[in-house]
Write a protein that binds this ligand. Structure first.
Ligand code: SF4
Length: 341
């Protein structure tokens, strides 16, 4: 089901500029954007995957990962095919890269916004998550869904690589409650060579969305030999601590995947080293992921250092939340930062 990709504008030379992401594709009639799901047809930019979900699940919100966002609740999660990045380590390459690798073909089941919200309520979810592939490439589908979700009392979460334009964030912000944004590395060469993107726009998105008051958590997948030096890890931690030391940072274990099957999995020791660096740089909340490590995936109160949310499981999905209403520590009364209700 195609629909007009209205986050776009016509340029003086007749091309259409897509204003959804910072790839800023300028397209002639018949051309596709880098994501493979936005195309100029009959003089309009079309979103080819509107209402077509390629992956749908009811997930623990911890899987997004979001640890300071309605802990222990379920999030109705969906995505389409297509992506504006081309990460060689993509865990969902079968949907994200599908149009690019299959002659612009797309697939998905018919799932309009209204039905997503109905299903989310039926499955007793507290939120809708736009995830699995990059949500900004199906922006208009997310926008319509997010608006209906808010009307139904559900929150909205973007799980994203952070390439949204300011215009995309401004437009969606009234309905967007949380974002998990990847910081995939901290060098432009990593972004260019491994992901087909640039570093600076991602850092800019994190700052901009944070300034808008959207709750943000970040994720770094640590890939041995590519982005796991002490210096690079420390630079990410410094950037984040400088912006907001209360912004949670998820350190995720890499497993060989897609075009990076020749790289070993991340050792647990690397995750722990990165965890310590994050703490040394002043981050209040650092977590490891893709590994069952109760000690490093639980939340400790910054006021008294006692455990306030216990988590177990590879994605921290088994949750015992000791926080009182409003995120208050039951031991010392410190108010932990997050979206708790
Ligand atoms: S969303 Fe797609 S078409 Fe639009 S700028 Fe990004 S890659 Fe290009």
């Amino acid at each position: 089901m195609a629909s007009t990709a209205w986050l776009s504008k016509r340029l003086d030379d007749g091309r259409i500029l897509c204003e959804a992401c910072n790839q800023r594709c300028r397209l002639h009639e018949g051309e596709y954007g880098i994501c493979g799901v936005r195309k100029v047809e009959n003089g309009e930019l079309e979103l080819l995957v509107y209402g077509m979900a390629a992956a749908v699940n009811v997930d623990p919100v911890e899987k997004k990962p979001m640890f300071h966002f309605q802990p222990g609740t379920k999030s109705f999660s969906f995505g389409t095919v297509g992506c504006n990045f081309s990460c060689k380590f993509c865990q969902n390459f079968d949907i994200s890269q599908y149009p690019k690798e299959h002659g612009h073909r797309i697939f998905g089941r018919d799932l309009p916004p209204k039905q997503i919200v109905e299903l989310a309520r039926e499955y007793e979810c507290a939120s809708v998550a736009y995830t699995y592939n990059e949500p900004v490439v199906f922006f208009e589908y997310t926008f319509d869904t997010a608006r209906l979700a808010h009307e139904a009392g559900l929150k909205n979460i973007y799980v994203t690589s952070g390439y949204e334009t300011h215009k995309a964030i401004d437009t969606l912000a009234p309905y967007l409650d949380g974002m998990n944004i990847d910081i995939k590395g901290f060098t432009d060469s990593f972004y260019k060579e491994i992901c087909g993107a640039r570093l600076k726009p991602v850092l800019d998105t994190i700052k901009y969305a944070h300034k808008k008051g959207i709750w943000i958590e970040t994720t770094t997948l640590l890939i041995p030999g590519h982005n796991d030096s002490d210096e690079e890890i420390r630079n990410i931690a410094k950037f984040q601590a400088d912006l907001d030391p209360a912004m949670p940072w998820h350190l995720s274990a890499f497993y060989p995947m897609y075009k990076m099957t020749d790289v070993s999995p991340t050792p647990a020791s690397t995750l722990k080293r990165a965890y310590e660096i994050g703490k040394e740089e002043g981050l209040k909340y650092v977590y490891v992921g893709n590994i069952d490590d109760r000690e490093h995936e639980s939340t400790y109160c910054p006021g008294c250092e006692k455990v306030v949310i216990e988590r177990r499981g590879a994605i921290g999905q088994y949750v015992t939340n000791h926080l009182k209403e409003g995120g208050l520590c039951p031991h010392c009364g410190y108010r932990l930062e997050g979206v708790w209700e």
